[in-house]
Design a protein around this ligand. Structure first.
Ligand code: UDP
Length: 236
């Protein structure tokens, strides 16, 4: 029996790069699709939000002279590209999946609504909610907090390249220890930046726990669903 019935899985854009410097690595993409397919087969309802940093980031665009709002719109479009890629990999693997967009752009994807997303999830379809929040100055972490709350997910799973939240940067500080669980208040008190504050606060205020774990280690997603103590859970 899976630990969670409905999840919102956040994947970062960078992790889609795999060993590449830019864009989408097919091997990584297929690896993610396989891990997700296994969950769907076991009856878990899966909503997904993907970042866009492997293609474009509004802030780095602004540093190069783009208008920030235009840069953020480019970033949001980047998340749509990633979402289409994952959708295609899932469908190739025999998983029913659809892309919704926060900004109207049919026929690329259907315009997001909570009702349509929840209906599709209940039918066993993976729903990839793209385009961030649809607004500049936000991140896809905030988008995944928002969508996770909207679709009434039991947990937001933040798949990263690290295996959880540490008291300090383990690459710089040998005494850094990993938390198995931590409260939102402690995240603020210790100034731990696992996500931006907007995303963290949205989760705290709406009581959506976040589980940070290493998604790049094959099988970890299933281990999380089995309730194995991997990663760090953030809760109220
Ligand atoms: N973005 C935005 N509004 C949102 C979500 C994302 O403007 O609601 C833009 C922003 O420019 C960001 C880019 O999309 O830099 C890519 O998203 P993010 O950086 O969150 O992706 P990640 O770092 O996880 O790859």
């Amino acid at each position: 029996m899976a630990k969670y019935k409905r999840i919102l899985l956040k994947l970062s854009g960078e992790s889609l790069m795999g060993d590449q410097q830019y864009g989408i690595d097919q091997i990584r993409l297929n690896d993610y699709a396989e891990q997700i397919a296994a969950l769907v087969k076991s009856g878990v309802e899966v909503g997904i939000v993907i970042g866009g940093g492997n293609i474009f980031r509004g802030l780095s665009g602004a540093a190069k002279g783009f208008d920030r709002v235009k840069g953020d719109q480019m970033g949001m479009l980047a998340t749509v590209i990633n979402s289409l890629a994952l959708n295609s990999a899932l469908i190739n693997g025999g998983v029913r999946s659809r892309v919704m967009t926060a900004i109207r752009m049919e026929p690329v994807g259907e315009y997001y609504s909570k009702e349509k997303a929840v209906d599709a999830l209940a039918k066993g379809e993976v729903v990839i909610i793209s385009g961030g929040t649809g607004n500049p100055y936000f991140t896809t972490d905030t988008a995944s907090a928002l969508r996770g709350i909207e679709i009434e997910a039991n947990v937001m799973l933040k798949g990263t390249r690290v295996d959880g939240i540490y008291s300090a940067d383990p690459e710089k500080d040998a005494s850094a220890t990993k938390f198995e669980s931590i409260t939102f208040d402690e995240i603020y008190a210790r100034n731990l930046r696992i996500m931006d504050l907007t995303a963290t606060t949205l989760c705290k205020e709406n009581n959506l726990p976040i589980l940070v774990f290493n998604m790049d280690q094959k099988g970890n997603l299933q281990r999380v669903m089995n309730g194995e103590p991997i990663g760090t859970i953030v809760h109220n």
